[in-house]
Design a protein around this ligand. Structure first.
Ligand code: ADP
Ligand code: MG
Length: 227
C-alpha cells in the first residue's frame, strides 16, 4: 500500500509539471500563431513585418526559457530516487554554468569538504534546482563578481550554499521569491525560483535566503544526509 501511495504521489507531481509547462508554453505559441497570420497580409509595411517578426522571435525565446526553467535537467517522469554524491552534482552544475559565468565576468569558486557527503533524491531534479539558483546569481552580477558554492555538513544535514556578490534584494523582494511570475527582469519568466523551491520542498529540504542590497545574496539549502 505504501508503494502505491508513493506511486500515485509521483504521478501527481509529474502531471502537475506537465500541466504547468503546457500552460506556460501555450501563451507564447498562441501569440506567435497570431502574428504569423498577420504577416501573411499582402499590404503589410516593411516595418510592421519586421516588428511582427521580432515579436515572434521574442515569444519563441520565451517559450524556450520556460521549458529550460522547468525541464533542462529535471526529467518529468519517472522520479528516480537514488544516492546522490552531492559534491559530484555541484561539479556538474558548475560545469554547466561556467560559460554563462565567463560571459558575465563571474568567477566560480568551490569550497568542498574532504568528506564524501550523500543524500537521497532525484539528481536531475537537484541539478535543476541548483542551476536555476546559480543562473539567477550570475544574472544578479551584470558587472561581474564571485559565485561561491560551499558544501558542508552540520549534524545530520548537508548544507549547500550558493553565494553571489550581486545586486542583492530587499526583505520585500526576498519575500516574493518563489512566487510564480515574480520577475524584475526584462525577459524573465518568474518561474526559476518557484521550480527550485518546489524541488527542494519535495526533497523535504529547506532553503534560506539572506541578502543585502548592493552586497549580494546567499541561498542556503539544507537536506537530510544519508547515513
Ligand atoms: P527570473 O529569473 O525569470 O526573473 P526567477 O523566479 O528565477 O525568475 O527569479 C525571480 C526574481 O528574483 C528575479 O527576477 C530577481 O529579481 C530575484 N532574484 C532571484 N535570485 C536573485 C539573486 N541571486 N540576486 C538578486 N535577485 C535575485
Ligand atoms: Mg531565473
Amino acid at each position: 500500500l505504501r508503494e502505491e501511495i508513493m506511486k500515485s504521489e509521483k504521478i501527481k507531481i509529474v502531471s502537475e509539471i506537465a500541466a504547468s509547462v503546457a500552460h506556460e508554453v501555450r501563451n507564447p505559441l498562441t501569440s506567435v500563431r497570431g502574428f504569423i497570420q498577420l504577416m501573411g497580409k499582402d499590404d503589410l509595411s516593411k516595418e510592421n513585418r519586421r516588428y511582427y517578426q521580432k515579436i515572434c522571435l521574442d515569444e519563441l525565446d520565451r517559450a524556450q526559457q520556460i521549458i529550460s526553467d522547468y525541464l533542462t535537467f529535471a526529467k518529468p517522469d519517472p522520479e528516480k530516487i537514488e544516492e546522490i554524491h552531492v559534491a559530484q552534482e555541484i561539479d556538474y552544475v558548475t560545469n554547466v554554468l561556467i560559460s554563462y559565468a565567463n560571459y558575465q565576468n563571474v568567477q566560480i569558486i568551490k569550497q568542498m569538504p574532504e568528506e564524501q557527503l550523500y543524500i537521497l533524491g532525484d539528481k536531475f531534479k537537484l541539478r535543476q534546482a541548483l542551476i536555476n539558483i546559480g543562473k539567477n546569481s550570475i544574472e544578479a552580477m551584470p558587472d561581474g563578481g564571485h559565485l561561491t558554492f560551499t558544501l558542508r555538513k552540520i549534524n545530520k544535514y548537508v548544507l549547500i550554499s550558493i553565494a553571489d556578490t550581486g545586486v542583492g534584494m530587499t526583505a520585500e523582494q526576498i519575500n516574493r521569491l518563489g512566487t510564480p511570475y515574480y520577475s524584475t527582469k526584462d525577459k524573465g519568466t518568474g518561474l526559476g525560483t518557484m521550480v527550485s523551491f518546489s524541488i527542494i520542498r519535495k526533497m523535504h529540504g529547506k532553503i534560506e535566503v539572506t541578502s543585502e542590497k548592493g552586497k549580494g545574496t546567499t541561498h542556503e539549502i539544507s537536506l537530510e544526509m544519508m547515513v
